[in-house]
Design a protein around this ligand. Structure first.
Ligand SMILES: Nc1ncnc2c1ncn2[C@@H]1O[C@H](COP(=O)(O)OP(=O)(O)OP(=O)(O)O)[C@@H](O)[C@H]1O
Length: 237
């Protein structure tokens, strides 16, 4: 069986800088991939190519065997690839329910869309649907951003440093929410984060980037024991 998401030989150059240098991997529905690596190793640029905001210099992204790269962020969402960002991008005066309505309305007709209560329950935001987003804790705002991404009915969800600024308890709740999203919605999830306490228990597979290329891929246990990974990244993480 071929993977839901197939990434084949992706390259991205910015002038003379090669940010991503021939990255390939496959990801099944319901699986969580952790993407780690030192600052500047190409993680955000790779997510940008998957999310349609960066045109690959070479290579391709296939969703269910069909090309899904280089078509702009809006088309990527329509195709079924949604992302969140390192910074929160919520309208502070809007409630989560209003945000969900907007996100859903923009992508009318997509399959598998979640109801408000269902989205809130998946993310552990029960009871917060009608509060202005600006009044939520920063951890709840990060979960709310994931809810908005889910409202578009993605089959692939890309999370860029979702646990930033969270304490251990908040990061644990986020990890549980991401697992529910993968298991219950059968979404393939890619999580970029520098917080190994959060990411290692969450990920099924971890891919390590160094200087734009894949240094190692394996289970969290294999990655923790990989000497090249420890030398280039985990030793300082
Ligand atoms: N728009 C751009 N123009 C020129 N160079 C860029 C651009 N975006 C990224 N780069 C370069 O590409 C390389 C990879 O950057 P990227 O942001 O993808 O890394 P990262 O692994 O996400 O880093 P971090 O962990 O700090 O977020 C870096 O050398 C960066 O300076």
């Amino acid at each position: 069986m071929s993977a839901l998401l197939q990434v084949e030989g992706l390259v991205k150059r910015f002038g003379g800088v090669t940010a991503v240098d021939g990255v390939s991997f496959g990801l099944e529905a319901g699986a969580v991939l952790g993407l780690i690596g030192p600052n500047g190793s190409g993680k955000t640029t790779l997510l940008g190519m998957l999310a349609g905001t960066h045109e690959p210099t070479a290579g391709r992204v296939l969703l269910d065997g069909r090309p899904a790269h280089g078509r702009g962020a809006h088309r990527a969402v329509r195709t079924g690839i949604a992302r969140t960002f390192q910074t929160t991008r919520l309208f502070p005066g809007w409630t989560l329910r209003e945000g969900l309505r907007l996100a859903r309305g923009e992508h009318r007709g997509r399959r598998g869309r979640l109801g408000d209560e269902e989205a809130a329950a998946l993310l552990g935001l029960d009871g917060l649907l009608d509060r202005p987003c600006g009044s939520l804790t920063s951890a709840a705002q990060r979960l709310a951003m994931i809810a908005l991404a889910l409202a578009t009915g993605p089959r692939v969800l890309l999370l860029d440093e979702p646990a930033v600024g969270m304490d251990d308890e908040e990061a644990g709740a986020l990890a549980a929410a991401v697992r529910r999203v993968a298991a219950e919605l059968r979404a393939a999830v890619i999580v970029v984060d520098h917080n190994m306490h959060f990411l290692m228990p969450l990920a099924d597979t971890v891919t390590v980037l160094a200087a734009g290329a894949v240094l190692a891929t394996g289970t969290p246990q294999q990655i923790r024991a990989d000497e090249a990974v420890i030398a280039s990244y985990l030793g300082e993480a």
